[in-house]
Design a protein around this ligand. Structure first.
Ligand SMILES: [Zn+2]
Length: 83
């Protein structure tokens, strides 16, 4: 099993009120012989993937759930062991 870590820059654009914001996530990919799983972290907390409905963020102006769109992904230096 091994893992690597990327940093995603994620855009959230509310379709209801046009409010727009950005967040950074760490993406931890964990590989075994047969599987690959991705875990997302924001501000030191594990969180749902921002690209799915269950990980949607809420617009702070109008309360609409907004799913993220990845603007950028870059590889981070080799990670320590998974916390
Ligand atoms: Zn909104």
């Amino acid at each position: 099993m091994h893992s690597d870590v990327h940093a995603d820059l994620v855009e959230f654009a509310c379709r209801h009120c046009t409010h727009w914001w950005l967040r950074r996530f760490e993406v931890w990919h964990v590989y075994t012989h047969t599987t690959e799983r991705a875990y997302y972290r924001q501000d030191g907390h594990w969180t749902m993937a921002p690209y799915t409905a269950s990980g949607a963020h809420t617009c702070r102006h109008c309360g609409t759930p907004v799913t993220g769109r990845r603007l950028e992904r870059r590889r981070l230096p080799a990670p320590p062991s998974i916390p």
